[in-house]
Design a protein around this ligand. Structure first.
Ligand code: ZN
Length: 350
């Protein structure tokens, strides 16, 4: 049985009176508390963006949209309260993969420090993934370790490719080795498909570079990690893919069938069937429909799906409801998706 309870969150916010205008009555803020079968669930959003202006300034960049900023955080907290999100796991999409080593070192140091400070300012509501300069893999491994041990960050957020190079390239092994050793979650968010954007394929109406390009990059990234043996070499890796893993879980069967149909195109022996790796990765639930969720869960397993919103980009405000509306789940599975699994992966107390 599922029920939702709405309870007030603390006291009404202070009102400010102006000399010649009466104070407007403030709406009482209400925080949605998600309850499954009588039990309050701590919900966790693993896909929430933010920005650190001091770090962007190192590369001469400015924050856009302003809603990415962590301070002031009132709008963000209001959105979380309305949607029933208790904790956001913050991440920053990589914009620094072209930076040289010295710039990347400085930028990431500032960024991880500020991320940690944003979490410390509101530890009940925010944790964060470290940012790392993956174009310098040894440095990225150091930055991940420092991010986790010194700044209390909970894993790393990386792009789905690095300047056109695949995450399965052996040059990135030092980073994967460190992530496995630390036992932390790596969140993969697409960078888009610059190669296709340079052609006419995604031009025209409908932002195809995003609606197809982003999930396509995630699909390519995960497929290489499977087929190049990266997941065999680092079997303890914990990876969460954005946007429900792109297209990979939607057409999983073809991944198994390719090497059976054209064996001469498959030169590497994997430890498992490709679809078995799909069942060890994690996925956010930015997939919009209960039927999409049902199929994602069928292909990946109920323990592999966590919640994501893509805040502040308004793709969805109903990630909680989508889990509650997905057919065929047990209460325990819904609790795991709403926050239990992410809390374990990210070291969040429940
Ligand atoms: Zn996103």
């Amino acid at each position: 049985m599922i029920d939702l309870t709405f309870v007030p969150c603390g006291l009404p916010r202070a009102t400010f009176a102006f000399a010649h205008a009466p104070a407007a009555p403030q709406a009482r803020m209400r925080r949605r508390e998600v309850v499954v079968n009588g039990r309050r669930v701590k919900t966790v959003d693993v896909h929430a963006h933010c920005a650190v202006p001091e770090a962007m300034a190192v590369m001469g960049l400015k924050v856009s949209p302003p809603a990415l900023l962590m301070s002031p955080s009132a709008d963000r907290l209001r959105a979380m309260d309305e949607q029933g999100i208790d904790v956001e796991a913050l991440s920053i999409n990589a914009y620094w993969y072209q930076a040289d080593r010295d710039v990347a070192r400085e930028l990431i140091r500032i960024q991880n420090e500020k991320l940690a400070a944003a979490c410390a300012a509101n530890p009940e509501r925010f944790v964060a993934f470290a940012s790392v300069a993956l174009q310098h893999p040894e440095l990225a491994a150091e930055q991940l370790e420092e991010g986790v041990r010194r700044y209390g960050l909970r894993g790393a957020a990386i792009g789905g490719s690095v300047n056109g190079e695949e995450l399965s390239d052996p040059k990135f092994h030092p980073f994967w080795a460190k992530a496995e050793q630390l036992g932390v979650l790596v969140f993969i968010h697409p960078q888009g498909t610059a190669e296709l954007n340079a052609t006419t394929r995604f031009k025209g109406n409908g932002l195809l570079d995003n609606i197809i390009g982003n999930p396509l990059e995630t699909t390519i990234a995960l497929s290489h990690l499977i087929f190049e043996g990266t997941l065999d070499q680092f079997p303890g890796l914990k990876i969460c893919a954005a946007h429900a893993g792109g297209f990979l879980p939607s057409y999983a069967g073809r991944s198994d069938q390719g090497c059976l149909t054209f064996p001469d195109r498959c030169t590497r022996t994997l430890a498992k069937k490709p679809t078995e790796y799909i069942r060890q990765l994690y996925y956010d639930n930015i997939i919009f429909t209960p039927e999409g969720m049902r199929h994602l869960v069928a292909e990946t397993g109920p323990g592999q799906v966590v919640m994501g919103t893509d805040y502040p980009y308004p793709w969805t405000t109903t990630s909680v409801d989508l889990i509650l509306a997905t057919p065929g789940l047990s209460d325990a599975e819904r609790v795991a998706m709403l926050g239990g699994t992410a809390a374990k992966l990210l070291g969040i107390k429940t």
